[in-house]
Design a binder for this molecule. Structure first.
Ligand code: IPM
Ligand code: MN
Length: 352
């Protein structure tokens, strides 16, 4: 039995999570394990109602679960930065989820905006450092609001932080059945302090993995190659900010936010899984959002919990929906409602 904390969150988050839980229920019943959930109402509504983002004991409480399943955080009536920093980033940091694992996989039947590219070309994983870099909040502001204003935002890169992220990426690459190539995405020609550290650690640790081919690309060039030659990539490792940017690019080449999922992973602690698109408030409550990203996030959660077969069944069911049923991944254009799509995935699992 697994205990999972569920944070449906804002906008379309609750609908997406609802379908993910529906599918988890079916797959766990089929494979005879149990998932118990506790739901938390963290998000914009709660903040507007109570002024509180995360209650004091939240992190401690969440740390006792086997995993966390998150919908989306972000509310149109809350100033940007508050919910992101005090809920999402706070959980990532305080639960030390130092890896953000984001597969970029084009499912068969899904349309990519890349001409002449198919599922055999678009199948790689980004390992994004998730607790440091520009996200660490280092820096400050002087003389705010005057013409002499100074704003400093520094990128924090610790030897320990870089090392554990790169090590995870090598190990992950070793386990994948693909090309066994790890690409470091950096900017060694300009960010000569931070990415010099990354580059040295990358090559040092790489010696312990003689079967893995090492590649390096500057982040700007990698953006270009992700479009021109996505088939070159197997696993990409990068810092927090670059990882944020290239995984949105990754999401769009795999068909869009409707299917892009990610895991915030603490290999020694509790991990949190989420569809990587935002809360899309304009679609919220309409039963038109695509739940596949949340379903894929739930499948990643099962994989990390050790339920590989269940994770695989979910993946297979998602593939079937993409090949047989769905017209488009975009909200409102799928040819099905959110709940109908969840039902379809559930049915494929039942029938498999
Ligand atoms: C993501 C999001 C977050 C990030 C925001 C909402 C803080 O864009 O998960 O990629 O920048 O990490
Ligand atoms: Mn992002």
């Amino acid at each position: 039995m697994y205990n999972v904390a569920v944070i449906p969150g804002d906008g379309t988050g609750p609908e997406q999570v609802r379908e993910g839980l529906k599918v988890l229920e079916v797959v766990s019943e089929k494979l005879k394990f149990k998932i118990e959930t506790v739901t938390y109402d963290f998000g914009g509504e709660r903040y507007l109602r109570t002024g509180e983002t995360l209650p004091e004991n939240a992190v401690k409480e969440l740390s006792e679960f086997d995993a966390i399943y998150l919908g989306a955080i972000g509310h149109p009536h809350v100033r940007p930065g508050i919910l992101e920093k005090d809920i999402l980033l706070k959980l990532r940091f305080e639960l030390d989820q130092y890896i953000n694992l984001r597969p970029v996989k084009l499912y068969p039947g899904v349309e990519t905006p890349l001409k002449d590219k198919g599922p055999e070309d678009i199948d790689f994983v980004v390992v994004r450092e998730n607790t440091e870099g520009l996200y660490a909040g280092a820096g400050g502001v002087l003389k705010k609001g005057t013409i002499d204003e100074v704003a400093v935002q520094e990128s924090i890169n610790t030897r320990k932080g870089v090392e554990r992220c790169i090590k995870y990426a090598y190990d992950y690459c070793k386990k994948r059945r693909n090309k066994k190539t790890l690409t470091l995405c950096g900017k060694t020609n300009v960010l000569t302090y931070a990415f010099d550290l990354w580059d040295r650690v990358f090559n040092e640790i790489g010696k312990e993995y003689p079967d893995i081919k090492r590649e390096y690309g500057h982040v700007d060039a990698i953006c270009m190659w992700m479009i021109k030659n996505p088939e070159w990539f197997d696993v990409i490792v990068t810092d927090n900010m670059f990882g944020d940017i290239i995984t949105d690019l990754g999401a769009i080449i795999q068909g869009g936010m409707g299917i892009a999922a990610g895991g915030n992973i603490n290999p020694e602690g509790v991990s949190m899984f989420e569809p990587i698109g935002g809360s899309a408030p304009k679609y919220g409550g309409k039963n038109i959002i695509n739940p596949l990203a949340a379903i894929c996030a739930a499948s990643m959660m099962l994989e990390i919990l050790g339920e590989s077969r269940a994770a695989h069944l979910m993946e297979q069911a998602v593939t079937k929906v993409c090949v047989n049923d769905i017209h488009s991944l975009s909200a409102g254009k799928m040819g099905y409602s959110t709940s109908e799509l969840g039902d379809l995935v559930a049915k494929y699992i039942q029938d498999s």
